[in-house]
Each structure stands twice: as structure tokens, then as C-alpha cells.
Write a protein that binds this ligand. Structure first.
Ligand SMILES: *Cc1c(COP(=O)(O)O)cnc(C)c1O
Length: 396
């Protein structure tokens, strides 16, 4: 996955263009910038590649999810449904807007279980956020139907799945809003950066305003801009956008490498009777950022991980025992350890998480091993790694 493995002169050239003008801000300074607009160019590339009407760059993936929540009108008293297996950014974004994150079970797709979503809907639900963890998606057709019949916004967190598709459409373009991260370890990196994509003009206008203090960006005189809404600063800098522009132009090359390396690992593990690959919903194609499989039990998964470690097989994750991605270890969330007071509704919502039954999620995450696919591996390295992994797993 990490695009930084492939840094080259292309990134340097784009960054140099910006440094030569000295204008690190994406807006204004028209007389000085010598027509260099890296953020704008990257947005145009994203729109074209994903065949989507609007792309708005922001300062991170977390910012993208936060802005998406604001566009959906999520705020005090509202609830947002999300999976138990995600990155902490998902609930952070919801909490920042004063709303309550509602965590529900995943299934063998390792993403939102549609039945669990249905059961969690209340009169306060405002949005549903599937998170395409480790490169693959939930049954988005069903989630879309649920959103339509309940008048909810569908926000896709596609931060880990750039380039994956569903029914022939790119992930991120299926819901009302899609979010990407271009942080330091993602398939395309800007250092820190992210994007929101949408086909809805009204949402695109709001995203443009909200990520830059509510400025309307109309006319050339920045001081004269009006503020149709309150906003914030989630802007990307030209330097970050420049790195991302060079990287994004190589997305297809990176995706092809991911798929190639993923396929070598998968083919090697396929004959093993104790390995079951994650389910990809009908019509979906992974981004191949990770290879995910289930082992028969939690204990076997732990033993395999410890043998991987002993054999120097890095970049594999057992999320059950990991602090960043699974509800089991999010004590700070369950205990609402906030630096500032949260509303009673939020505090009450969070307190429920500790006693909620997530045995279904445990059943999948406990047995799952997720192997990051590096694009910088040589063919030899992938083959050797595949053989070593197989030799370890087949002992159990
Ligand atoms: C990386 C990531 C984010 C947050 O992105 P940042 O750019 O690091 O803020 C959000 N959601 C998921 C699923 C991620 O993997």
C-alpha cells in the first residue's frame, strides 16, 4: 500500500514547482504564483480518474470524514452508525461535531453487517458510514437501500480502499460522499492530506466553504469574500498537494503492483484447508491493499502471528489485539475520556459501548489476519514471503 515506497523525481519536480513560486497557499496570490495550482490540478485528476463531478482536497483523511459529517448536517443530538472495526478517526470525526458514534457489528466482509445496521437505526440516526477496511467493501446495495428508505446520508470511508470498485464504480462514488486519506502510509500519499468526492453540487459547494473558514471563494479579492456558513480550516497546502499530484498520476501503476503481489500471496495460501479468505460482496473488487483471511480460532491466529514475527514476516496485523482499529481496546472511547465536556447524549451513548455485545465482531476479528501488500517488494521477496507464510500456517 504505501506510495512512499515509490518516491521518485516526479514528486521532487512537483514540489520544486511550488517552492519556486514560494506560494504554499492553494488560494489567492494570483500575481505571484506563476499559474501553479497543485491542489486544483490534483482535484481535477481525482475527478477524472473516478469519474466523479466534484473533488475537494483537505488536510487529512480525518478532516475528510469530519467535513463529510458536516455536509450531512450531523451535529448535536444526532447518531452516526459505523463499524466496530475501523480506524479511530471514524468516531473522532463524529464526536468533533457533537454527535454520537454508534458502533455496530461487522460480518465476514470485515465491514458493516447490514442487519446490524438496520437494528441500530433510531429517530436520531443521521448517517451511515461503511468503512472499506483493508481494501474491500460492505454490501453497499443494501446499505444504499437502507439509507434511501430512512432518509439517511451514506458516507463512504474509502481511506484504505482507493481504486477498489463496486458494480463497476469506484469506491467513494457510491454513497452521497466518499472520503480518502493521503497520509504517509496510504496507497497515494501527500504526507498529510485527504479528499472528499461527491456527485452532488450542493454538497461540493458546502465542502469548499467548510474546509476554508466558510469563505465562498468567489471573485479575486479574498478580503471581500462572504461567508454563507460557519467553517473551519481543513485546507491542504500546495506542498502536500504537489506530492499527491505526482503520486496520484501513478495510481494505476501502484494498484497493478498491489494486485500482482496480493495474487502471489493468495495463490500460495489458497490450498490450505485452515485458511478462509474474507468475503467480497457480489459486484465488488478489492483494491488489493491487504490480503485478509480467517483462521479456525483466535488461539491459532495468535500463534500464527507469533510465528510470523519469529520468522521476520512483518506487515501483518491481528486487529483483535491492536489498539488502533478495533473496539475491544478503545478504553478512551468507552470511558469518554474527553479533554472538554461532552453533551449528556454523547456521554450516555459512549457508556453503552462498554456493555454492548460485540461477540459477532470478535468472532471475525479474532480469527482474522490482515497482510499489508507493499508495492516496493520484488518478485523474489513476495514469493519467499508467500512460501514462509504457507509453511507456518499449514502447521496449525
Ligand atoms: C487513514 C485512515 C483515516 C484517517 O486518515 P488520516 O489521513 O490519517 O487522518 C480514516 N479512516 C481510515 C479507514 C483510515 O485508514
Amino acid at each position: 500500500m504505501p506510495g512512499f515506497e515509490k518516491f521518485s523525481d516526479l514528486e521532487r519536480k512537483e514540489v520544486n514547482d511550488v517552492l519556486e513560486t514560494g506560494i504554499l497557499m492553494r488560494y489567492g496570490f494570483d500575481g505571484m504564483r506563476n499559474n501553479v495550482f497543485k491542489a486544483r490540478d490534483l482535484e481535477a485528476e481525482i475527478q477524472e480518474k473516478f469519474n466523479v463531478q466534484h473533488a475537494q482536497l483537505v488536510s487529512s483523511g480525518t478532516a475528510a470524514v469530519s467535513v463529510a459529517m458536516a455536509l450531512a448536517g450531523v451535529g448535536a443530538g444526532d447518531e452516526v452508525i459505523m463499524p466496530t472495526f475501523t480506524f479511530v478517526a471514524s468516531f473522532e470525526a463524529v464526536l468533533m461535531l457533537g454527535a454520537t458514534p454508534v458502533l455496530v457489528d461487522i460480518d465476514d466482509t470485515l465491514t458493516l453487517c447490514p442487519d446490524a445496521v438496520k437494528k441500530a437505526i433510531t429517530s436520531k440516526t443521521k448517517a451511515i458510514m461503511p468503512v472499506h477496511m483493508c481494501g474491500s467493501m460492505a454490501n453497499l446495495n443494501v446499505l444504499q437501500e437502507i439509507c434511501e428508505s430512512n432518509n439517511l446520508t451514506l458516507i463512504e470511508d474509502a481511506c484504505q480502499a482507493i481504486g477498489g470498485t463496486y458494480n463497476g464504480k469506484y469506491l467513494g462514488t457510491i454513497g452521497d460522499v466518499g472520503c480518502f486519506s493521503f497520509d504517509f502510509v496510504k496507497t497515494v500519499t501527500c504526507g498529510e492530506g485527504g479528499a472528499i468526492i461527491t456527485n452532488t453540487k450542493d454538497l461540493a459547494i458546502k465542502a469548499d466553504l467548510y474546509q476554508d473558514h466558510g469563505h465562498d471563494h468567489i471573485g479575486n479579492d479574498r478580503g471581500a469574500e462572504t461567508h454563507p456558513y460557519l467553517g473551519y480550516n481543513f485546507r491542504i497546502s500546495e506542498l502536500n498537494a504537489a506530492v499527491g499530484l505526482a503520486q496520484f498520476k501513478r495510481l494505476d501503476e501502484f494498484l497493478a503492483l498491489q494486485k500482482k503481489h496480493y495474487t502471489v500471496l493468495r495463490e500460495e495460501l489458497k490450498p490450505l484447508s485452515n485458511v478462509q479468505f474474507r468475503t467480497v460482496p457480489e459486484g465488488g473488487e478489492e483494491s488489493y491493499a491487504f490480503l485478509n483471511f480467517f483462521l479456525p480460532t483466535l488461539d491459532i491466529a495468535r500463534s500464527v502471528m507469533s510465528d510470523f514475527k519469529a520468522e521476520g514476516i512483518d506487515a501483518c496485523f491481528h486487529y483483535y489485539d491492536n489498539n488502533w482499529h478495533y473496539v475491544r481496546k478503545w478504553e478512551h472511547l468507552k470511558e469518554a475520556k474527553s479533554l472538554f465536556p461532552l453533551s449528556d447524549a454523547v456521554t450516555e451513548g459512549l457508556s453503552k459501548i462498554s456493555t454492548q455485545d460485540f461477540s459477532k465482531s470478535d468472532h471475525f476479528i479474532g480469527r482474522n489476519i490482515s497482510c499489508l501488500i507493499k508495492i516496493g517488494w520484488t518478485e523474489e521477496e513476495v514469493k519467499l514471503r508467500a512460501q514462509k507464510m504457507k509453511a507456518i500456517i499449514e502447521k496449525f
